[in-house]
Design a protein around this ligand. Structure first.
Ligand code: SF4
Ligand code: SF4
Length: 151
């Protein structure tokens, strides 16, 4: 809690949060760990339901978070600037919600007290993502999905 028992996600901007607060704001949905395909001609980015090979599809957490950039070169670190500029970051992402002034949803672990509510609400990639390593790169385009902004 911040000043006057106002939670930090309501009293601070993204830039003002400590690294511990910042990390706890991630709801663990795993959506940002889905593979994106970029059209070289148009630069348009398409989202797929293929998950990064480091993502644990059950817990929806990175299996090697501290070393992720050594293993997956193009893993994107979410920052306040990126929250405002990445078109593929879902509307449900807690960073986007807080930055937009929409607050956290009931299923966010910081409100519910349980990491399971993100699964129960159907917000995470649990149960429908497929690991990229099980698909030939030439077939990645078959897994393109429309935006998933159920919120
Ligand atoms: S989309 Fe946002 S809330 Fe979900 S895992 Fe990624 S950073 Fe965390
Ligand atoms: S390396 Fe980890 S954090 Fe980065 S995209 Fe893959 S699973 Fe997600």
């Amino acid at each position: 809690m911040g000043q006057n028992n106002v939670p930090f996600w309501e009293s601070k901007t993204l830039e003002e949060m400590s690294s511990k607060e910042w990390e706890s704001l991630c709801d663990g949905c795993g959506r940002c760990c889905l593979l994106k395909i970029e059209d070289w001609d148009t630069s348009e980015v398409f989202l797929t339901r293929l998950s990064c090979h480091l993502l644990d599809k059950e817990t929806c957490r990175c299996r090697d978070y501290p070393n992720r950039h050594k293993v997956v070169e193009d893993c994107v670190s979410i920052s306040p600037k990126k929250v405002r500029s990445l078109s593929w970051l879902p509307e449900s992402c807690a960073y986007r919600r807080v930055d937009d002034g929409r607050g956290l949803a009931w299923w966010h672990p910081l409100l519910s007290g349980s990491s399971k509510t993100v699964f129960e609400a159907g917000i995470s990639v649990q149960g429908w993502a497929r690991c990229e390593s099980t698909v030939a790169p030439d077939d990645f385009h078959r897994y393109i999905i429309n935006d998933f902004d159920a919120d």
